[in-house]
Design a protein around this ligand. Structure first.
Ligand code: PLP
Length: 424
């Protein structure tokens, strides 16, 4: 089938009239090449179809939520069965307790769970609980990390007051000295340290947490009477079936989960240890849809799959196939790729590509070959991605390398990125 984007262009025009900027937030394609579809018609397994009917192997997995495959039957069945009984009722259903028990059993540090809708809800609740628990104000925050889109953490500060962030103190990830300096400066006023399990930010290489840093962060929290908060919203269940720092023997006091815990159904969670139960009982947090039962039923089934199947091992095997294949391909075409982070959450950038024009050109060519890749955001593999899917991607990327080789001299940086990174 010939690649087209007519319907998508029409929808974009309509959206421009009735949606600010035509779209907003992380799924806006404003920073992506024009060819990238803004609107999709459906998803199944590891594939998505845009509104023009183009089919792609999807390496974004809805920016994380798709863990087991779009429309994964056991999860859909559990959700449908709960839907038939009721979803948003005057009070929660039994499944809320079952889900809390499931998460507490699964995640080593957790003794209790609270549920909400988005990752931002979870991180916001965690810092409020930490402040309530300690009676302190400061939250130590790794510079450049994405923890959501509330005033205290949104990356774009328009409409945000300095007061909203008055008690956020920034440190450098993987740099214990900078964390300790922040502690020393605010000794008796640090409520908590917030960290993601590894560095997974846009436009830069990913970086795993150093064991020394993870252990040091825990020790500093204990020394100063602060709480350690791990933000698992993006990496949760893709790194491990537990918190990401469990491998270092480091347990947080609070952890935040979202995105994929119900394989795409809207629910997020804050988990805590008994140590911080007091704080959690003292705060008032809620939302009209936070107690809805369908996403909870979907989460219970997703977590069953997580515990009882090799979903993670298959996800890693597929990710490894892609990484190895790309490494070889890039070399044979005379390019150097920087592939960073876990293979199941790959970030793929080009060496010697300061304004990202090579990466953008390559991603567009791959898109037209049926592979939906992202030129500056980490991607996500699901357990529905087969080795054959990775071969389809590799076929598309092989042709994309060839195309970029030919057009290299005429590639231009994206106009908005040009403003951000400067013209080269
Ligand atoms: C590490 C991390 N924390 C929090 C969030 C916010 O989650 P949500 O977009 O569901 O509010 C995200 C979203 O990407 C994230 O990656």
């Amino acid at each position: 089938m010939v690649w087209t984007n007519t319907k998508n262009s029409e929808l974009r025009e309509r959206a421009q009239r009735v949606i600010p900027n035509g779209m907003y937030g992380h799924e806006s394609t404003i920073l992506l090449p024009d060819e990238y579809p803004q609107f999709f018609a459906r998803g199944e397994g590891s594939h998505i179809w845009d509104v023009d009917g183009n089919k792609y192997v999807d390496m974004m997995c809805a920016y994380g939520p798709n863990l087991l495959g779009y429309g994964f039957e056991p999860v859909e069945r559990a959700a449908a069965e709960q839907q038939a009984r009721g979803d948003t009722l005057t009070g929660p259903s039994e499944v809320m307790v079952t889900l809390a028990e499931t998460m507490v059993d699964m995640v080593s540090h957790a003794d209790w769970a609270m549920f909400c809708k988005n990752g931002t809800d979870a991180t916001s609740i965690a810092i409020v609980a930490a402040r309530a628990h300690t009676g302190r104000r400061k939250i130590l925050y790794a510079k450049g990390t994405y923890h959501g889109a509330a005033a205290w953490c949104t990356p774009r500060a328009n409409g945000v007051l300095p007061e909203d962030r008055a008690h956020i103190v920034y440190y450098e990830y993987n740099d214990l000295d900078s964390l300790e300096a922040a502690f020393k400066e605010h000794a008796d006023d640090v409520a908590g340290v917030l960290a993601t399990p590894f560095v997974h930010e846009v436009f830069r290489d990913q970086a795993l947490a150093e064991q020394e840093f993870a252990r040091g962060a825990r020790e500093l929290c204990d020394k100063y009477g602060a709480l350690l908060i791990l933000d698992e919203v993006r990496a949760g269940l893709r790194l491990a079936r537990d918190c990401g720092w469990e491998q270092y023997g480091v347990r947080p006091d609070l952890s935040c989960w979202g995105k994929c815990i119900a394989n795409g159904y809207p629910i997020s969670a804050v988990l805590g240890s008994d140590r911080v139960r007091k704080g959690a009982t003292e705060i008032y947090v809620t939302g009209s849809f936070w107690f809805s039962a369908v996403p909870m039923a979907a989460a219970v089934e997703t977590l069953k799959q997580v515990r009882e199947t090799d979903y993670l091992e298959r996800t890693i095997a597929a990710g490894q196939r892609l990484r190895d294949g790309l490494q070889q391909q890039a070399a044979s075409h005379g390019f150097t790729l920087r592939q960073s982070g876990p293979v199941q959450m790959p970030q793929i950038l080009f060496e010697d590509d300061p304004d990202f024009r090579l990466g953008y050109g390559w991603a567009v060519a791959a898109l037209k070959g049926g592979a939906y890749l992202h030129p500056f955001h980490n991607m996500f593999v699901s357990s529905a991605h087969t080795l054959d899917d990775m071969s389809v991607i590799l076929q598309a990327t092989d042709e994309a390398f060839e195309a970029v080789k030919k057009t290299r001299d005429s590639l231009k940086p994206h106009p908005i990125l040009m403003a951000l990174f400067g013209a080269h």
